[in-house]
Design a protein around this ligand. Structure first.
Ligand code: BDR
Ligand code: CA
Length: 310
């Protein structure tokens, strides 16, 4: 079975990504690490434990960085709600505890335990992986694939005019990851995730279950907000698409491009630069996703998300 390790800042779409990864029985979820991002580290961890409890999977959940490498946290409560899940599960005390440890160390230990077998799916700011690389520079040789949700190659940002949120929150960490020399590093950015839209009718089509009730509740808030900005009442499945791509790479076509991230600009911090014509003459380092098989993705997402759910 393909071994996945998720790194999340559990917000609404991270939660849907966790449900997807946990419910796809073709993969083994070897752990989930949490990071500050949409919400605080503590809240992201609580949300992760509560969402995982909606599935049959009991993977370890390990906490990581409480702030970006150099910058102050930048929560996204306007999009994800006060608790990060649009109010869903707000009163639930997690039935499980986080596993003791620190996410960067856990990433290193799982990579060492399964050398060449692990796929990392990163759906928050890249702080934990950057810290792991600082501690263990040979980490790229131990990891099979890294897929991150973040960046925008040929489209506008979603937190500033040019930057995507995960890159914007910790661009210094993103640069460490981009320059680490991973054999296979894929960017699932806004170019494709804005095409991965979940509508209310999709949710209504699910069979009744606690998972359906959860998805209905947590996406309602997000859809209202997305409509204000984008004119469409939908939930962009940013993070679930990164999970889906890690399991089914045929869903996106990618182009191998030298990719960097801006860290010293008043207007463009966090912007990803994907060098299409190799103007910089640098080695290509990232498989940048450019197309999406939208129907195939949505049907995979909707059929898988309920398997094994409580
Ligand atoms: C990304 O930002 C976060 O708010 C979402 O959870 C997703 O990971 C989209 O830009
Ligand atoms: Ca996220």
């Amino acid at each position: 079975k393909q071994k996945l390790l998720l790194d999340v800042d559990t917000g609404i779409d991270d939660a849907l990504g966790i449900l997807l990864a946990a419910n796809d029985s073709s993969t083994e979820l070897v752990g989930i690490t949490t990071v500050n991002g949409n919400v605080s580290l503590k809240q992201a961890t609580t949300n992760t434990l509560n969402v995982l409890a909606l599935t049959d999977v009991r993977a370890p959940v390990v906490q990581g960085a409480a702030s970006p490498l150099l910058r102050a946290p930048h929560f996204e409560k306007a999009v994800h709600g006060e608790n990060g899940l649009g109010g869903a599960l707000a009163d639930s005390e997690p039935a499980m505890l986080p596993t003791p440890g620190f996410a960067p160390d856990f990433i290193i230990s799982q990579a060492s335990r399964f050398p060449g077998e692990l796929t990392l799916v990163m759906t928050g700011p890249l702080t934990n992986l950057a810290l792991a690389l600082q501690k263990c520079p040979e980490l790229p040789r131990l990891i099979q694939n890294v897929v991150y949700m973040g960046g925008a190659a040929f489209t506008y940002g979603n937190i500033t005019p040019t930057a995507e949120y995960n890159m914007f929150v910790d661009p210094e960490a993103a640069r460490i990851v981009l320059q680490a020399g991973f054999e296979s590093l894929t960017q699932i950015g806004l170019d494709v995730t804005r095409k991965a839209l979940l509508y209310k009718e999709h949710i209504d089509s699910l069979g009744d279950s606690p998972v359906k009730a959860f998805i209905q509740e947590c996406t309602a808030h997000y859809m209202t907000r997305y409509e204000m900005r984008n004119g469409i009442a939908a939930c962009a499945l940013h993070d679930p698409l990164a999970v889906a791509y890690a399991i089914r790479p045929e869903l996106c076509e990618t182009s191998l491009l030298h990719t960097d991230v801006e860290t010293t600009s008043r207007l463009c911090d966090g912007q990803t630069i994907c060098d299409v014509q190799n103007r910089l003459g640098e080695e290509p380092n990232v498989h940048v996703a450019l197309t999406l098989e939208t129907d195939a993705f949505l049907s995979y997402f909707l059929t898988t998300i309920q398997h094994g759910s409580r």
